[in-house]
Design a protein around this ligand. Structure first.
Ligand code: NI
Length: 136
């Protein structure tokens, strides 16, 4: 019996979307206000979903304390109140769009969770704009 356990988390971070090989007009045309040179913040909401079998001994799919601590150490501590472009090495050469942040979060957590779990990441950049990634 496969059950999905979810944990919500949150971080605030600054970013700027741009390509260095485009001029300011082209960056504005494609990335809008997110291309402004001096960065701006978003309140990111994160949902991490872990799917697996219920352990008959504990009744858990995964201990939520373990998941909580993992999200804190892997995502909240490195991302919260940071400038994603400047402070987070994964984005030194990768535009920190919601799509790319979602994939980076997935890859970081995938490495730390047992292979038997299926995981899905949902990242809200605004209450109305959000993306989902579950590998492949
Ligand atoms: Ni933005």
């Amino acid at each position: 019996m496969s059950v999905t356990v979810k944990r919500k988390a949150h971080f605030n971070a600054a970013h700027r979307l741009f390509r260095a090989d485009w001029d300011a007009d082209k960056n504005f045309e494609i990335f809008g206000k997110c291309s402004y040179p001096n960065y701006h913040g978003h309140n990111y909401d994160l949902i991490v979903a872990v799917t697996g079998d219920i352990d008959p001994e504990t009744g858990f799919v995964i201990d939520l304390k373990i998941l909580k601590d993992l999200i804190k150490s892997e995502i909240e501590e490195p991302f919260d109140h940071k400038n994603l472009n400047l402070d987070v090495p994964e984005f030194s050469n990768l535009n920190p769009t919601a799509e790319n942040i979602c994939v980076v979060i997935y890859n970081k957590l995938r490495k730390k969770l047992e292979a038997k779990f299926k995981i899905e990441i949902t990242l809200y950049e605004t209450p109305r704009n959000f993306v989902t990634y579950s590998g492949s």
